[in-house]
Design a protein around this ligand. Structure first.
Ligand SMILES: [Zn+2]
Length: 79
């Protein structure tokens, strides 16, 4: 199962999604965001971490506009 972490980028203040899995506690996440526009070191913090697809979709729907469109659409196109 895939794990999703949402991080806020320092300069643009936009949220980007990082994909990982649950092979390690609490979960892993890749260094590059799904849209490839952000790396981990540009983050000022996590909005959420280690959620599954369904949970991540719900949380992003609540946050709304400042979430990256490319990252968001990835959650809807993988299934
Ligand atoms: Zn993004």
């Amino acid at each position: 199962m895939k794990a999703y972490t949402l991080k806020r980028r320092k300069d643009t203040e936009e949220y980007h999604l990082f994909e990982g899995d649950f092979s390690q506690e609490p979960c892993t996440s890749q260094n590059l965001s799904i849209c490839e526009k952000m790396i981990k070191s540009e983050s000022v913090g996590n909005k959420f971490q280690c959620l599954n697809e369904k949970e991540a979709r719900l949380e992003i729907a609540k946050i709304g506009r400042p979430v990256c469109g490319v990252c968001t659409s990835h959650l809807y196109t993988t299934y």
